[in-house]
Design a protein around this ligand. Structure first.
Ligand code: TRP
Length: 320
């Protein structure tokens, strides 16, 4: 089980770090992929239309990356009320101090300002646990930045099972084998840093962005020796041009390969790598998104209702 907030277009970092992991898992396990629109409200509550627009774009990106909605359950968080019900019930047993201690809470508060310090935002990791627990998710493919949320979630599960009997499963993270993808400024590729290469970009834009990468500052002239191990362009060759990596390393370090040529080669291979994904994206009939989410959410509700029956029973609620 995994999910993402509909906040903007997906980029190369999502594709390499997250989506390829999802696709691989979906080929051998039962998988649930969630459009976390309620989570998007925790910070984006003032602009609901932006969340609505990003929803469709994100689903199209997922399908273009190879997620098959027949095989995986692709669903909308807000269309599965059992998740919100679970959130209410679990909120009764979660100490506020546990939530305040999650490092992303303080970090995001510092970054986005006190106006996002809502009740819902504090509860973000609890809602995330509910997403997972509603489907008895045992394995959660995510980025490193989500590890503290899962650790918090496991603590909540242990507390619930201790109080009411073994009911929920402790979710384990599954990290991608690849390190973070560097963006055009050399920092981790991230929408908020405006340093992304987007799946929806065209090839000319991609080439322009590749040219803008800062390479080794000590390699000024074409035949100065470079330090590939500190160069983000060299790092990117590993994804789209893996077979050539040893030669590029040697040629760069020997001063035999200039950054302009190295970037041209990278832009070509990145565009080739992204071409099939972009072609599927362009060919996709957008009017299908709603039907896909509706069908997925229906399947999700059936599974989540099974979990809720067990949770209500354990808590002596309903007709238990
Ligand atoms: N918090 C996740 C992120 O920012 C998104 C998310 C929401 C999620 N619900 C989830 C991830 C459930 C895994 C499982 O990327």
């Amino acid at each position: 089980m995994s999910g993402a907030r509909p906040t903007g277009r997906l980029h190369l970092g999502h594709l390499i770090g997250v989506l390829e992991n999802w696709v691989r898992l979906s080929e051998r396990a039962e998988t649930f992929f969630e459009v976390a629109d309620l989570h998007a409200f925790t910070t984006g509550f003032a602009d609901p239309q932006a969340i609505r627009d990003a929803r469709d774009e994100m689903v199209i990106d997922w399908l273009a990356a190879g997620i098959d909605p027949e095989r995986s359950v692709v669903f909308l968080q807000s269309a599965v009320p059992q998740i919100s019900e679970l959130h209410t019930l679990l909120s009764m047993i979660v100490p506020v101090s546990w939530l305040q201690r999650v490092p992303t809470y303080k970090d995001q508060l510092e970054e986005l300002g006190p106006e996002i310090a809502t009740y819902g935002f504090l509860g973000y990791p609890l809602l995330q646990l509910c997403d997972i627990a509603a489907f008895a998710g045992d394995t959660v493919p995510v980025g490193r930045d989500q590890l503290s949320h899962l650790e918090f979630g496991r603590e909540v599960v242990r507390r619930f099972n201790h109080l009411y009997g073994p009911t929920l499963i402790e979710p384990q993270p599954l990290l991608s084998a690849f390190p973070a993808v560097p963006g055009t400024d050399g920092r981790k590729m991230s929408k908020s840093l405006h340093n992304t290469i987007d799946i929806a970009d065209d090839e000319a834009t991609t080439t322009k962005k590749v040219r803008s990468y800062i390479t080794d500052p000590l390699k000024v002239r074409r035949n100065d020796p470079g330090r590939p191990e500190i160069c983000p362009v060299f790092a990117l060759h590993h994804y789209s041009n893996a077979a050539r990596v040893p030669e590029i390393r040697e040629a760069c370090a020997a001063g035999a390969l200039g950054c302009v040529d190295c970037k041209s080669e990278l832009a070509e291979t990145l565009n080739a790598y992204l071409r099939p994904v972009r072609a599927r994206r362009a060919a996709f009939d957008r009017s299908r998104v709603n039907a896909i989410l509706e069908a997925g959410s229906e399947r999700a509700r059936r599974v989540a209702e099974g979990t809720m029956r067990a949770v209500r029973g354990a808590m002596r609620l309903g007709d238990a």
